[in-house]
Write a protein that binds this ligand. Structure first.
Ligand code: IMP
Ligand code: MG
Length: 188
C-alpha cells in the first residue's frame, strides 16, 4: 500500500477520514512538551512508561524530544469483561520494572472516557513511585467520564474518532505521519 500525503482524505475499511492535525503541528507540539519535561525532570532519570499499541509513535518522538537521561518501558493494558459487579477488569502486562521511588512519566496516545488511565493510575500509585506524570498526545474533554487530568496534553480534540500517528481503526492507520478525523460513517 502506498501512503497518500496528508492533504488528501483516506479510507480505512469502510470509513473515510480527513486530514486533521498535520505532521508539522504534531512535531512542533512535541518539541515544546519535550522541553518542558526536560526542565521538570533534569537529573531525575525518569522512567517513561509507554502504553501499547497506540502510543508507540508518540513515545518514540517524545523521549527524543526530552533531551535528558531517561529510561523507557512498554506495557499493554488489556480489558475484559469479568463476572464481578464492577464489570470490566483491567490487566497490565509488561510492568516488570520496580518503580518504587522512581519518577514515572506515562505516555498515552489518547484519553477518551478516561477509564483506562483511571484504573492504571490507581494501580501505579500502590507501587509507591516518587511521582506520576501523565503525558497524552490527545484528549477528548467532551468524552471524559473519569476525573483524569493529564500533566501534558498535545491537543484537545472534539469527540470524534481519529486515526494516524499510532492510532488505529480496527488495526489500520497507525503508520500515517499525521492525524485524520472521521468524515463519513459509511461509504456512499
Ligand atoms: P478510554 O479508556 O475510554 O480513555 O480509551 C482509551 C483508549 O481507547 C485509547 O488508548 C485508544 O486505544 C482508544 N481510543 C479512544 N478514542 C480513540 C480514537 O479516536 N481513535 C483511536 N483509538 C481511540
Ligand atoms: Mg491506547
Amino acid at each position: 500500500m502506498k501512503l497518500k500525503n496528508s492533504t488528501t482524505s483516506i479510507k480505512l475499511h469502510d470509513l473515510h477520514f480527513k486530514p486533521f492535525i498535520s505532521e508539522e503541528e504534531i512535531k512542533e507540539r512535541i518539541e515544546v512538551i519535550g522541553k518542558d519535561i526536560s526542565k521538570q525532570f533534569e537529573g531525575k532519570n525518569p522512567l517513561f512508561i509507554a502504553i501499547l499499541n497506540g502510543a508507540f509513535v508518540f513515545a518514540a518522538d517524545l523521549v527524543r524530544a526530552a533531551k535528558i537521561q531517561s529510561e523507557i518501558i512498554f506495557i499493554r493494558i488489556a480489558s475484559y469483561h469479568g463476572t464481578q459487579s464492577s464489570g470490566e477488569v483491567k490487566t497490565v502486562f509488561g510492568l516488570d520494572k520496580d518503580i518504587k521511588d522512581r519518577h514515572v512519566i506515562i505516555i498515552e496516545d489518547i484519553v477518551d472516557s478516561g477509564k483506562t488511565m483511571h484504573y492504571f493510575l490507581n494501580d501505579l500509585k500502590e507501587k509507591a513511585p516518587a511521582s506520576i506524570t501523565l503525558a497524552t498526545l490527545l484528549i477528548k474533554p467532551g468524552a471524559l467520564q473519569f476525573p483524569i487530568e493529564p500533566d501534558y496534553i498535545g491537543f484537545e480534540i472534539p469527540t470524534k474518532f481519529v486515526v494516524g500517528y499510532g492510532l488505529d481503526y480496527d488495526g489500520l492507520g497507525r503508520n500515517f505521519k499525521s492525524i485524520y478525523q472521521l468524515e463519513k460513517s459509511k461509504e456512499n
